[in-house]
Design a protein around this ligand. Structure first.
Ligand code: NAD
Length: 500
């Protein structure tokens, strides 16, 4: 145990007791000056599991000052030693992976299996960042003029803040933190105010890692005020953001006003193209997982199935999807055998039900209606829903609704499928299901998206590759993870030297 403070209160709420108040973790200490609080609610049971401080300007200043003060010292730590610190974090995460997964399920609602997969993905980002001495190496060119050599070195950008969404409360903070600190930056995380306990647990582990000095990693709870405070703060040099497209645009525009480097990963409306030669025995389960896993609350969720071919084949695919959806079990993420977990909040359910009501009145034929499922104690359950869009420009076919809703669109051939897919404002992800190499290649060549799958339902790149989309799914340039993370978290300096 380091000499830094332990959390001010017990790390987990006593059952039935008053909900525990979370604290920020700043400069190695647990503290908050917030006078406004938000309930952290278990989406399955509706129980309040913690109270989240809504940090304001003072807390933002304190967190950024701690990160700024720690940065010169941390930058001076040799890259191999910073790598060792990240390895220590990796070991701590690995040792507590089940516990963090359980917190993900309690806070966000997804199934335990899904939460375990999420934590593993976060651990993989941490593992990828352990290669930092290699990834940071520069390049050089000798003899560009008599006695003149040119060298490129990478230096940290300074203080980095990450602002993250509710749907991956453990993995997405871990896309950013390990790479940012491995590159020599110091870090402030503002997790989603809806499910901050996995982040809190990760910071409790960081607090015990002596190789990560106080002030290198800071945790700032809160909502819009905390975000805007970070975006406006002159001492924050770079912002990594993940969330809805409208928030991403706000974040990139506002951070540009103070000249910050920004990567803002936004929303999605991903299509799954089912070719006439697709193997349905494999494609249908993959589409079920993609559309209804985590109740559709993934940026990689396939929310439109584009059925290619003649009417008989399209009907066959529609029937197979409908039959498979009828088998899915809706329930608490903590319950054994649940396929479709609750939505994050009753408001999220209401928003999707409203969209379905609107669509039913105008643009769609209802194929499988999940609105009849008992909303449960928290009012958050919605059954898997399939609609067929009579108008391919309908809201359910074009807008991100972030729920267990699959929209079917029929097209005659791959060209028309690509036309439909590329007509989206988003370009996050997508997949094709086919047994034809030629069709797969044409799809891969022509589709406008940053992450695509061939016979894969959720085309999530592993951490050694960049993760992000195109178009309105990304404001900025560099993606998360992989080499892009190193590009984003470093500045290039080119040294031209004459020694003769
Ligand atoms: P969100 O945009 O509501 O919130 C994300 C973060 O921004 C939170 O920390 C929140 O506190 C903050 N925020 C929200 N509104 C704000 C405002 N007006 N001003 C300042 N700060 C604000 O997103 P969410 O609902 O938590 O997450 C779901 C969204 O994230 C979906 O759109 C999903 O597609 C997207 N997402 C994208 C990716 C990706 O890789 N592109 C990955 C995961 C999630």
């Amino acid at each position: 145990m380091s000499s830094r403070e332990s959390p001010l209160v017990a790390p987990h709420p006593s059952p039935g007791g008053e909900a525990r108040r979370l604290s920020n973790y700043v400069g190695g200490n647990w503290r908050t000056s917030a006078d406004r609080w938000l309930e952290d609610v278990d989406p399955a049971s509706g129980e309040v599991t913690a109270m989240v401080p809504l940090s304001g300007a003072v807390d933002v200043d304190v967190a950024v000052a701690a990160a700024r003060a720690a940065q010169p010292g941390w930058r001076a730590v040799a890259p191999q030693r910073r790598a060792r610190a990240v390895m220590a974090l990796r070991e701590a995460l690995w040792g507590h992976r089940d516990e963090i997964a359980r917190l993900v399920t309690e806070d966000m609602g997804k199934t335990l299996d899904d939460a375990r997969g999420e934590v593993l993905r976060g651990i993989e980002s941490t593992e990828a960042a352990c290669a930092i001495p290699h990834l940071l190496k520069g390049e050089g060119l000798e003899g560009v003029a008599t006695g003149v050599d040119v060298d490129l070195v990478r230096q940290p950008v300074g203080v980095v803040a990450a602002i993250t969404p509710f749907n991956f409360p453990a993995m997405i903070p871990l896309w950013f933190l390990p790479f940012a600190i491995a590159c020599g930056n110091t870090f402030v995380l503002k997790p989603s105010e809806r499910d901050p306990r996995p982040s809190e647990r990760i910071f409790e582990l960081i607090n015990e890692i002596d190789e990560i000095p106080a002030g290198v990693c800071n945790l700032l709870h809160g909502a819009h005020d905390a975000v805007n405070g970070l975006l406006d703060h002159p001492e924050v040099d770079a912002i990594s953001f993940v969330g809805r497209a409208t928030t991403a645009r706000h974040v990139s525009e506002r951070s540009a006003a103070t000249g910050k480097r920004c990567q803002a990963l936004g929303g999605a409306k991903n299509s799954l193209v089912v070719m006439p030669d697709a193997d349905l025995a494999k494609a249908v389960p993959a589409i079920m997982g993609s559309a209804f896993g985590a109740a559709g609350q993934r940026c990689l969720a396939g929310s439109v199935a584009v059925l290619v071919g003649d009417q008989a084949r399209q009907d066959e695919v529609r029937d197979a999807l409908t039959a498979a959806a009828a088998e899915l079990r809706v329930g608490s993420g903590a319950a054994e055998g649940t396929d479709v977990c609750p939505l994050v909040s009753p408001e999220a359910r209401e928003r999707i039900v409203d969209a379905l009501d609107r669509a039913e009145a105008a643009d769609v034929e209802m194929v499988a209606d999940g609105r009849g499922v008992d909303p449960g104690p928290a009012g958050t359950m919605l059954g898997p829903t399939i609609v067929e869009a009579l108008n391919p420009e309908a809201e359910v076919a074009r807008e991100e609704l972030f729920g267990p809703l699959l929209t079917l669109v029929r097209v005659a051939d791959l060209d028309r499928a690509l036309e439909f897919v590329n007509g989206s404002r988003y370009g996050n992800a997508g997949s094709v299901f086919t047994s034809s190499g030629e069709a797969a290649r044409r799809y891969r060549y022509g589709v406008e998206a940053g992450m695509i799958g061939v016979n894969v339902g959720v085309a999530a790149p592993v951490a050694w590759f960049p993760f992000s989309g195109w178009k309105d799914s990304l404001d900025g340039d560099l993606h998360a993870n992989g080499r892009d993370a190193v590009e984003f978290y470093t500045r290039k300096k080119v040294v031209t030297s004459r020694w003769q």
